[in-house]
Design a protein. Structure first.
Length: 188
């Protein structure tokens, strides 16, 4: 199989998108980033579309059904093999997930199944956990509930705040996501 076509969905800064793009340019990469999708036309991560000359699609959740139809067409037109959610803050419909079942990955900033949802770092610190980390998982209809593919543990330090822990975990997300995606594609 040649390189897989990956679509990355973002809503914000796109630091995970940036790390996926950087990895995709390496010799041993099994994927290329063919499309960047954002629900936010002002997402800072869209700068990477310009910088690396990657196609982008802004989706408007106001007309969900119409949006989804256009999005599915675009994904099929670009022959997308895998969808990577990366800081994507919208819920995807059951219909969409069914259509791309087993092809949607997400990176979540906790050691799932602990701390699904938001404010993961605050919750881990408040619970005096010794470790937190990040998880790459398949996306199914349950929020942050799909099959866990890989995880990276990060020690919580006594002096950690949610902010300091978040930045240390984010760095590990950048490594884990590309490595996991490449491994999945290598074993296909
Ligand atoms: C971060 O909180 C990260 O932990 C999670 O999504 C948020 C934004 O990530 N995966 P990014 O910088 O937009 O990739």
């Amino acid at each position: 199989m040649g390189k897989a076509n990956v679509a990355v969905f973002i809503s914000g800064s796109g630091s995970n998108l940036n790390s996926l793009i950087k990895f995709s340019l390496k010799k041993n990469s099994k994927f290329r980033i063919s499309l960047i999708v954002s629900n936010n036309s002002k997402a800072l991560g869209l700068k990477y579309a310009k910088l690396f000359n990657i196609k982008k699609k802004i989706i408007n959740y106001k007309s969900k059904r119409l949006m989804e139809k256009g999005l599915i067409n675009k994904l099929q037109k670009e022959r997308i093999d895998i969808i990577c959610l990366a800081g994507f803050m919208k819920i995807i419909s059951k219909n969409f997930i069914k259509k791309f079942d087993g092809m949607i990955l997400n990176i979540h900033p906790s050691l799932l199944p602990k701390y699904k949802g938001l404010n993961t770092h605050f919750r881990a610190i408040s619970n005096k956990d010794r470790y937190s980390g990040c998880t790459v998982h398949l996306v199914n209809h349950k929020l942050d509930g799909g099959k866990i593919i890989s995880q990276k543990k990060v020690k919580i330090l006594k002096k950690d705040t949610p902010k300091s822990l978040a930045s240390r975990i984010l760095k590990q997300e950048h490594v884990l996501y590309s490595k996991t995606l490449n491994k999945i594609l290598f074993n296909l």
